[in-house]
Design a protein around this ligand. Structure first.
Ligand code: ZN
Length: 161
C-alpha cells in the first residue's frame, strides 16, 4: 500500500512482527474519520478505484462519526488521498464558500430593498373596497342582492351576490 494518510489508524504491534512497518506499526483504514469526504471513484468488477489515480478507494461510514452507530457505507474516497481527490474536496469547499457568500450578499440586497419596496396595503384595501361597494350598488340597482329583515341572518360574511 502507498503512503499512509491521517485517515489510517495506527496500531503498535512491535518491531519485526509480521505485517509491522520498520517502526513496529500496522495501519488500518479509519472509515469513520470525521474529515473524510466522498470523492469521485469508479467501480470496476467488485472493486472501487479512485478516478484520479487509480488506487483502491476506501469506504466512508459517516454514520459512525461521534456516537453514531450506523454502519452503512455512505461513500468512497481515495485510499492515498492523491492530489486529484484533494482538488475535488477543495473544489466543493470553495463552491460552498461561494454559495454562502452569494447567499449573504443576496440577503443584504433583500434587506436593503425591503425598506425601499414598501407595499401600500392601506391604499390597496381602499381600492378593493371601492370595487366591492360599486358591485353592491350595481346588484341593488338590478334589484338582486337586497335582503329584508326576514332573509338576513345578521352575518355580513354570508352575503353572497
Ligand atoms: Zn486517488
Amino acid at each position: 500500500m502507498s503512503e499512509k494518510t491521517k485517515f489510517y489508524s495506527r496500531c503498535y504491534i512491535g518491531k519485526g512482527i509480521d505485517g509491522a512497518d520498520e517502526y513496529g506499526y500496522t495501519y488500518s483504514w479509519n472509515s469513520s474519520h470525521p474529515e473524510l469526504v466522498e470523492t469521485k471513484t469508479v467501480k470496476i468488477s467488485r472493486y472501487t478505484y479512485c478516478a484520479y489515480c487509480g488506487e483502491n478507494a476506501n469506504p466512508i461510514q459517516a454514520g459512525l462519526v461521534g456516537d453514531g452507530r450506523d454502519y452503512s457505507v455512505t461513500g468512497y474516497t481515495c485510499s492515498c488521498n492523491c492530489k486529484g481527490s484533494q482538488n475535488e474536496v477543495e473544489y466543493f469547499k470553495e463552491l460552498e464558500e461561494l454559495k454562502q457568500k452569494f447567499y449573504k450578499e443576496e440577503e443584504s440586497l433583500v434587506n436593503k430593498y425591503s425598506e425601499l419596496l414598501q407595499v401600500d396595503v392601506e391604499k390597496l384595501i381602499c381600492i378593493k373596497h371601492q370595487y366591492e361597494l360599486a358591485r353592491i350598488e350595481r346588484e341593488k340597482n338590478r334589484n338582486i342582492g337586497k335582503r329584508d329583515y326576514f332573509n338576513f341572518d345578521g352575518d355580513v360574511n354570508s352575503l353572497v351576490y
